[in-house]
Design a protein around this ligand. Sequence first.
Ligand SMILES: NC(=O)c1ccc[n+]([C@@H]2O[C@H](COP(=O)([O-])OP(=O)(O)OC[C@H]3O[C@@H](n4cnc5c(N)ncnc54)[C@H](OP(=O)(O)O)[C@@H]3O)[C@@H](O)[C@H]2O)c1
Length: 244
Amino acid sequence: MTTYTAPLTGKIVVVPGGTGNVGEGIVRAFLTSGATVVVPSRSPQRLDTLTQLIGPELAANLKGVNAPYGTFDEARDLAARIAAEYGRVDHVVASVGGWWMGKALWDTSETEWQKYFIDTTTSHMALARAFIPRLAPDGSYTVIAGFSGHKPYPAAGIVSMHGAALLMMREVLSAELRGQRRVNDLMLGPVINRSRPGGDPNWLTADQVGEAAVALTRTPELTGERVVLDTVDDLKRELGRMNT
Ligand SMILES: NC(=O)c1ccc[n+]([C@@H]2O[C@H](COP(=O)([O-])OP(=O)(O)OC[C@H]3O[C@@H](n4cnc5c(N)ncnc54)[C@H](OP(=O)(O)O)[C@@H]3O)[C@@H](O)[C@H]2O)c1
């Protein structure tokens, strides 16, 4: 496993979606770097599973919060609760949502639209508006996004549409913040993870996504950036311009 030379000891990093396939690698990387990692989740079972996957040594600094953030009010309450309990929020890495495919747009039901576009997009918006005003002055907000937001995926149209909304949300936030807080996105290709343990050796693993998220967080010069991580070669290139 990668060891990081500049520890993030004392930093509070919030990872919504940390229970997920990609989120697990992000959580592990920040814990390895010395940070305290707060993971909100709708499910105590998923928090327990994450703790087991992370292991007892690193999990000492993993703080699960069983709370939803699917509405503006829920996310506001969550951010207030975390800020009150830990005294600060240094970094947020939002890895919320997942994959769905199987139907052309004209066959997509309203239930699917609600679940894979409205709910996930609203959660991201709710998190951004709740946490960005609470970030430490040198803090950062990172959106985990996928290539499907940039490239149309037939039969996964509502996930592509959600991804496009997410990428534009990040761009608007960067334009509105004008450098007052750092907001970036990591735009990922397919990721090898616990649910998909095999794949092209050029694909990143969830742990490598975490490595990139930590490095991005520790590089104050990077703001308003889209960091494209389609392959391991992309990761090597990007780490070369970040503090690792
Ligand atoms: N997996 C890949 O290969 C891949 C590739 C490219 C990009 N990405 C991006 O990485 C991010 C995470 O993907 P993933 O594969 O890790 O997904 P995942 O395993 O399904 O995890 C999704 C996480 O999002 C949280 N979440 C909160 N509200 C949600 C909602 N309304 N609907 C669905 N999930 C919700 C879940 O938390 P709780 O259930 O604990 O509350 C869960 O931890 C997404 O933005 C995705 O586009 C993934």
